[in-house]
Design a protein around this ligand. Structure first.
Ligand code: ADP
Ligand code: MN
Ligand code: MN
Ligand code: MN
Ligand code: MN
Length: 360
């Protein structure tokens, strides 16, 4: 079977010769942000010396009319650095800089949901409960011709069954990409907690967490960025669409595990149940920010609860909210919101969970 054509610039052996050149103390800072369609964008600036704090990084800008973030006649959007990480691609002291987007008049750009989430997370009622999250990012790999990676040309693989946590040729596809992404996350200091092959062939999952407050969204966006960049090197596309392949194939979600300090201590089951009760009253408000095209995934089949109704249960993978079996057994811990789609904005999801359970 012919391999996907590689982008013509993809020659790691050749570029290594240049990448090992001395950069003479200058630092490359890759500023990244979320654009008007929820996609990640990035551009680089040179910094004169090693970056030791956010203060060493300038506020920058870009042409928002090219990213669906601003009109052409007032196109400057400002990039405000909020966190930075070691860059596993350029290595050394080079960094990835996560930014929030602001309009010319100082208001947050329409793509900037971190601004809102940060306000929620900073409230006393929320911060004092030390909210932890664990996000399970499911995604699907496609070759350059938009065929699920490794699927037979003009046909389908055998039905689902052997692929989830699969081992061996024919059961898993592109493990090298997944492993490389994992190591990049560790290098960048992302709190990645694991990976697994998913139910549909060419579908994978990584988990980040438990991570507290606004840092959850930050590290998660960077983990997604690293995945896109790693797959780019192989000429492979990453889809975060919740129903990447139509038909009898599992969709992709972003299960959001959530706990507060009250839930994590002995007797925490009461706090978990009270949070679920509050969540049941705001089902549609949550669904609204739980990802586009999520209706294609939350059908009540393929290990999902139906989008139109709220449900919860111990160890129930067909419910909106699942209480893991071990949590029910020990009487404290966390809950899993199974509704969020794979293409969520993590700030909207972590923000509304805190709002609904701690502020209303
Ligand atoms: P699943 O069994 O649903 O596939 P995973 O192992 O993929 O679960 O993901 C569980 C996630 O929950 C991990 O990211 C883990 O770090 C996170 N997690 C564990 N404990 C907590 C907690 N107390 N609060 C929030 N998240 C947690
Ligand atoms: Mn220019
Ligand atoms: Mn999982
Ligand atoms: Mn999964
Ligand atoms: Mn899960």
């Amino acid at each position: 079977m012919a391999a996907a054509p590689l982008p013509f610039t993809n020659n790691p052996g050749l570029s290594e010769r240049y990448q090992s050149l001395d950069q003479r103390g200058k630092i490359q800072a890759e500023y990244i942000w979320i654009d008007g369609d929820g996609e990640i964008r990035g551009k680089t600036t040179t910094v004169d010396k090693q970056v030791k704090s956010l203060k060493d990084l300038k506020e920058w800008n870009f042409d928002g009319s090219s990213t669906n973030q601003a009109p052409g006649d007032n196109s400057d959007v400002h990039l405000r650095p909020v966190a930075y990480y070691p860059d596993p691609f350029r290595r050394g002291d080079n960094i990835i800089v996560l930014c929030e987007c602001y309009n010319n008049d100082g208001t947050p750009n329409k793509s900037n949901h971190r601004h809102w989430a940060n306000k929620i997370m900073s409230q006393k009622e929320v911060a004092s409960e030390k909210p932890w999250f664990g996000l399970e990012q499911e995604y699907t790999l496609f070759d350059i011709d938009d065929k699920p990676y490794g699927w037979p040309k003009g046909g389908f693989p055998a039905p689902q069954g052997p692929y989830y946590c699969g081992v061996g040729a024919g059961k898993v596809f592109a493990r090298d990409i997944v492993e490389s992404h994992y190591r990049c996350c560790l290098h960048a200091g992302i709190n990645i907690s694991g990976i697994n092959a998913e139910v549909m062939p060419a579908q994978w999952e990584f988990q980040v967490g438990p991570t507290e407050g606004i840092e959850m969204g930050d590290t998660f966006v960077v983990a997604r960025y690293l995945l896109l960049r790693v797959a780019e090197e192989w000429g492979v596309k990453v889809s975060f669409h919740p129903k990447a392949v139509p038909g009898d194939w599992n969709g992709a979600g972003c299960h959001t595990n959530y706990s507060t300090e009250s839930m994590r201590k002995e007797g925490g089951m009461k706090a978990i149940e009270s949070a679920i009760e509050k969540l049941s009253k705001r089902h549609m408000e949550h669904i609204k920010v739980y990802g586009e095209d999520n209706d294609l995934r939350l059908t009540g089949r393929h290990e999902t609860g139906h989008i139109g109704s709220f449900s919860s249960g111990v160890a129930n993978r067909g419910a909106s909210i699942r209480i893991p079996r071990h949590v029910a057994a020990q009487g404290y811990g966390y809950l899993e919101d199974r509704r969020p789609a794979s293409n969520i904005d993590p700030y909207l999801v972590t923000g509304i969970l805190c709002e609904s359970t701690l502020l209303l």
